[in-house]
Design a protein around this ligand. Structure first.
Ligand code: SAM
Length: 399
C-alpha cells in the first residue's frame, strides 16, 4: 500500500453508486466492470477511474493488475432474489453471486464487500449466499453479513439491503449499524426545480391515469387486494372502472377477505375463491351478483371459482412529503407505479437520484429510460459510504 493509498475495484459496478461511497472514503478506483453499455457510459462521465464494458462470466480482463488490492466490491444483480420479482431459484443471475466468490478468491483482495437484497438470505435462495460465504472462508477469510436499512443511515428511503464482508486482516470491529433519524421527501426534494435531469412529465388531464391519480392521496395506492385507509380499490373510482351497487361492493369486499383466508396454493399470498364458498357466504343471490360483476369486469372466472380482476398489490402508489420514500426501483419514472406527493406525475430522474442519495453533481447522460434503470439498481452512495467505513476499520484505517 504505497503512500498509504487504499485501492479498490468494483464488479457489477452499474453507474457507480457503490463506488462513490468508497471514493468518498478515500479509496482509489483501480477498475470497474459491467456488461451494460449505458451504465458504463454514465460511470465514465461521472467517476474517475477506468470502467470496462465486459461480461464477467468470461472473467475479469486485467485480473492480474488487481491482485492483492485492498478492497473488491460487488453489486451482483438482485432480481432473482428480490421479493418484488418472481424469485426463480434457478434464475441465471443468481449464479453471479457465486461467480463473485470465485473471482474474489483469484484476485485475493484484503476485503471483499458484496451488496444485495435481503431476499438473498431467505428460503432456498440462501444457498447462493451460503456458497459465497463458504468460498471465502475456505480461502482463509473471516466473514460477516450485515442487514441495513437506508433510513437508519439518515436517508429518505425505506430500502432494506444486506452487506457481506469477507476479510483476511487481523482486525475485529464493531459492525453495529447507526440509527439516525430518517429523512423525508420534503427535505430531500427541496430545490430540485432547476437541476439537470429534472423534467417533470405531468399526466394529461384527458387520460385515464390522471383520473386514477386524482383519487389517490399521499400514503395511498391503488389496490384491490388490501383493505384499510391506504388502499383505494378500482370500484372506489367508478368514473374510470364503472359503477357498482352496494350489494356488489359487499361481494367484492367479502371476496377480498376470503381469498386470503383459506389458502389452497403454496405460492402467492392469496387464492381464487370457490363458488361453493361464495354460495355459503351469500346464499341464493350469489349467482346474479357474481355474474353481474364478471360482466362489469370486476371479477373473472378461474377454474371452479372466481377471483378479483387486478390482483396487483399496489399501483399508483403516492408518496407523502413528510415520510421517507418506499424503495426506489427501476419504475420510479412511471406514475402507474409511483406518484409524486402533490403532482399528477411520476418522479423525474433527478428526484429518483436524490432519493437514492446521488448528489446533483452526478449528471445522467443518454437515454432517460436507462437512467431510471441505473438509479433503481444502484447501491445508494450513502450505503456504499457506510460499507467503506467498515472496510476501512477492517483495514485498520481510522481516517
Ligand atoms: C445491482 S446492479 C449494480 C449496481 C451498482 N453496484 C451500483 O451501485 O450502481 C447489477 C449490475 O450487474 C450488471 N451485470 C449483470 N450481469 C452481468 C455480467 N454477466 N457481467 C457484468 N455485469 C453484469 C448489470 O448491468 C448491472 O449494472
Amino acid at each position: 500500500m504505497r503512500n498509504g493509498t487504499l485501492k479498490f475495484a468494483s464488479l457489477f459496478s452499474g453507474c457507480g453508486g457503490f463506488d462513490l461511497g468508497f471514493i468518498q472514503h478515500g479509496f482509489h478506483p483501480q477498475g470497474a466492470y459491467d456488461s451494460d453499455p449505458e451504465a458504463v457510459e454514465n460511470f465514465k462521465a461521472n467517476i474517475s477511474g477506468d470502467i470496462y464494458n465486459v461480461d464477467l462470466t468470461n472473467g475479469v480482463p486485467n485480473e492480474r493488475s488487481l491482485y492483492g488490492i485492498d478492497a473488491l466490491i460487488a453489486g451482483p444483480p438482485c432480481q432473482g432474489f428480490s421479493t418484488a420479482g418472481k424469485r426463480l431459484i434457478d434464475d441465471e443471475r443468481n449464479h453471479l453471486l457465486t461467480l463473485t466468490g470465485h473471482l474474489a478468491r483469484r484476485i485475493y483482495p484484503k476485503i471483499l464487500v458484496v451488496e444485495n437484497v435481503a431476499g438473498a438470505l431467505s428460503g432456498a435462495h440462501a444457498r447462493y449466499w451460503n456458497e459465497l460465504d463458504e468460498t471465502m472462508r475456505l480461502a482463509g477469510y473471516r466473514t460477516k453479513t450485515v442487514r441495513c436499512q437506508a433510513v437508519d443511515l439518515g436517508m429518505a428511503q425505506l430500502r432494506k439491503r444486506i452487506l457481506f464482508f469477507a476479510w483476511r486482516t487481523q482486525r475485529d470491529i464493531d459492525f453495529t449499524t447507526p440509527s439516525l433519524p430518517a429523512g423525508d421527501l420534503r427535505s430531500v426534494l427541496a430545490g430540485v426545480k432547476n437541476q439537470i435531469n429534472h423534467h417533470p412529465q405531468r399526466l394529461s388531464t384527458q387520460s385515464r391515469e390522471w383520473q386514477i391519480a386524482k383519487r389517490i392521496k399521499p400514503g395511498q395506492k391503488l389496490s384491490n387486494v388490501r383493505g384499510g385507509e391506504n388502499a383505494v380499490a378500482t370500484w372506489d373510482i367508478p368514473e374510470v372502472f364503472g359503477t357498482i351497487t352496494e350489494n356488489e361492493r359487499t361481494v367484492l369486499e367479502l371476496l377480498r377477505r376470503l381469498r386470503r383466508q383459506e389458502r389452497q396454493r403454496d405460492h402467492g399470498d392469496a387464492d381464487p375463491v370457490s363458488l361453493g364458498r361464495l354460495e355459503a357466504a351469500l346464499g341464493g343471490r350469489f349467482h346474479r351478483l357474481v355474474n353481474g360483476l364478471v360482466t362489469k369486469g370486476y371479477l373473472r372466472e378461474v377454474d371452479d371459482g372466481v377471483d378479483l380482476v387486478g390482483t396487483f398489490n399496489g399501483k399508483f402508489r403516492r408518496l407523502a412529503w413528510d415520510r421517507p420514500s418506499c424503495t426506489v426501483d427501476t419504475r420510479f419514472g412511471s406514475p402507474r407505479y409511483f406518484l409524486h406527493p402533490s403532482q399528477q406525475r411520476g418522479f423525474t430522474v433527478r428526484e429518483a437520484a436524490r432519493i437514492q442519495g446521488f448528489d446533483d453533481g452526478y449528471i445522467f447522460h443518454g437515454n432517460e429510460k436507462a437512467h431510471y434503470r441505473l438509479i433503481g439498481n444502484a447501491v445508494p452512495p450513502p450505503l456504499g459510504a457506510f460499507a467503506a467505513k467498515i472496510a476501512k476499520g477492517l483495514l485498520g484505517r481510522t481516517s
